[in-house]
Ligand binder design. Structure first.
Ligand code: G3P
Ligand code: MG
Length: 255
């Protein structure tokens, strides 16, 4: 089964940033906790200064690492991920911030290791490419992601999404068979269906606040798969699936 066939099953749960309600987001531990409890995993990918694809949501390292406790790195504020080499990123702890009392260190997670883990566990994954416009060349970003997917032979198990739609356009030019999802947050693009067709997108993922019956129906009738993020209220989950939404991103593992 490939990712598009998976989407045909509907009523799908995506473990948002791994199992983010019970483990530090976007870490190997979060991936491990999600095994058997979701239909696919979602992670965020961005690049270190030396162009290693790593898994991290925020543009900066402050919230989800111990960097602000390291005196020798204080001069590196605001701790942008793109300003640190992979070797430097390896020195940080990505786990302990999550826990109130205990320390549980987690290492930086690469896209490579993420894909290898998903493959080993026969899972599916939505790789969200963070918007790195102005930091790295678009073609470069896309090529790095494609290389990792090819190296791990994961073409059949990924859905690639981004708020930067240019990445998705380049992806389809380079790899026409790779499933893509356009991401939006605040509003729908003008002429939405035409826009998605031009991008040759397979799916459209949008903010819960933008979701209603009319838009879901329109998208489904036009042949696009529909995803909504981030929904942690089960009543709302049922409502969205009732509208015909195919997949929901949730911090909670409902399965
Ligand atoms: O891909 C769905 C969701 O992850 C998008 O929002 O900010 O959590 O990456 P964010
Ligand atoms: Mg995301």
């Amino acid at each position: 089964m490939n990712f598009l066939k998976l989407l045909n099953l509907s009523g799908l749960f995506a473990a948002h940033r791994g199992a983010r309600s019970i483990a530090p987001e976007n870490t190997l531990l979060a991936l491990k906790k999600s095994v058997g409890h979701c239909d696919f995993v979602e992670v965020d990918v961005q690049l270190s200064s030396d162009e290693v694809a790593i898994i991290m949501h925020d543009d900066t390292l402050e919230r989800t690492t111990n960097i602000s406790q390291i005196d020798s790195l204080k001069s590196r504020k605001p701790y942008r991920v793109c300003d640190f080499t992979f070797e430097e990123l390896k020195t940080l702890d990505y786990g302990s911030w999550f826990y109130k009392e205990k320390k549980q260190k987690e290492a930086v997670l690469t896209l490579h290791d993420t894909l290898a883990f998903i493959k080993k566990n026969e899972m599916f994954i939505n790789v969200e490419i963070k918007d790195m416009y102005g930091l790295f060349d678009d073609e470069k970003v896309v090529s790095i992601v494609i290389d990792e997917i090819k190296k791990t032979d994961m073409l059949q198990s990924v859905l690639i999404s981004s708020f930067r739609h240019e990445y998705l356009k380049i992806l389809k030019e380079k790899l026409p068979d790779i499933p893509t999802a356009v991401l939006v947050e605040d509003s729908h693009p003008d002429n939405l269906i035409e826009y998605l067709k031009e991008l040759r997108a397979d799916a459209y993922s949008f903010n819960n606040e933008l979701a209603d019956e009319k838009i879901v129906k329109k998208l489904r009738e036009a042949g696009f798969y529909v995803g909504v993020y981030t929904v942690n209220d089960f009543e709302r989950v049922k409502e969205l699936f009732g509208m015909g939404v195919n997949y929901i991103f949730s911090d909670i593992l409902y399965k």
